[in-house]
Structure formats: structure tokens, C-alpha cells
Design a protein around this ligand. Sequence first.
Ligand code: ATP
Ligand code: MG
Length: 175
Amino acid sequence: MRLFLAVRFGGEMRKSLSDCTEKLKAAALRGRFTSGENLHLTLAFLGETDREEDVRRAMDSVAAPPFELRTGGLGRFPRGGVCWAGTEPCPPLFDLQRRLSAALRGSGFRLETRPFVPHITLGRETVFPRDADFESLRPAPARMTVESFSLMRSERACGGMIYTERYARRLEEDR
Ligand code: ATP
Ligand code: MG
């Protein structure tokens, strides 16, 4: 199955991001936009694999404390017309991503080698009018305490993507 690891969103963070997605949708000429329950920040993309148990073990081996995450501004990857929300600079997020990647590589998984760019994809294949004012569309400031990260399965359905949580690893203060 197709797997990835991600931080999921609830509460005011999800509200801020889905309100922003609605505004983007209204401003766009076209695009496929992410539904509220699908909003996530990818930590590692595994792709097609049947080694789920090994992934869970790698997740369990990662020790990291809970941390604060805040919404940032909007960004765009021209490739694929990807429109995304960033986060405020967050060193603990990079630490978590680094530890997790090291654990997965140690288990033989081959991961993306490009530098980690934390982003929450809000739209794909988007096209905006030339004068679109992205500054006015940015998400309202919101925060959350990241207390876990999740192993997600990704499936293509006729109506879009279906992401299903397979496992969650809690973050804990050092004991
Ligand atoms: P679609 O493929 O229809 O655009 P999607 O990208 O959300 O949907 P997946 O391709 O299964 O679905 O990807 C799941 C998550 O992993 C997404 O957040 C995606 O951006 C990320 N991802 C996919 N491929 C890579 C990759 N090569 N490197 C890093 N992250 C990736
Ligand atoms: Mg994809």
C-alpha cells in the first residue's frame, strides 16, 4: 500500500486552514482543493511498500517531545500548481522530521533527499488570476500543540484522495 507519515490537524488549526482553502477556491480559476479532514503536513513519503510493521517500529524508536506549531503564510510550487500553507519557523518540527528520516533510512527505506520544506497542501493544479492577492488570502493565525504523528495510507478514489490513519505515535517529554 501507499504510505506516508504526517502531522494531522484538528481544532483551530484545521479551521484556519480550511477557511483559507475556501478563500483560495473562491479566488481560483480552477484547481483541486484539499478537504478539511485530508489536511496534513507530510514528514516522510514512503510510497508503495508492504513493510508496515517496520515503519511502525521506526516510528516507535523516535523520541521527541510535543511542540507548538503555528500557521504561516502561503506558498506555491509551480510544478503541479500546488498551493500550500507554511508554518512559522519551528525547529522541533525539523528535529522530529530528521530523527524520523534517520530511523526509516536505518530500516532500509529510501526517502526523498531534497531538503524538508514544511508545507500543508491546500490545492493542486491551481490556476489563479494574474492579480490574485495571496497576502489577503493567507490563513488566520492559529496554533496547536503537536502531540503525535501518524502513519497514513493514501488511496485514490473517484472523488479524490482517501487518507486513512493506520497508526499514531505519541510524542512524550523526556523521562
Ligand atoms: P495526488 O497524488 O492526487 O496529488 P497526494 O499527493 O496528496 O495526492 P500522495 O501522492 O499519496 O497523495 O502523497 C501523500 C503525501 O505525501 C502528500 O502530502 C504528498 O505531497 C506527499 N508526497 C508525495 N510524493 C512525495 C515525494 N516524492 N516526496 C515527498 N513527499 C511526497
Ligand atoms: Mg501525490
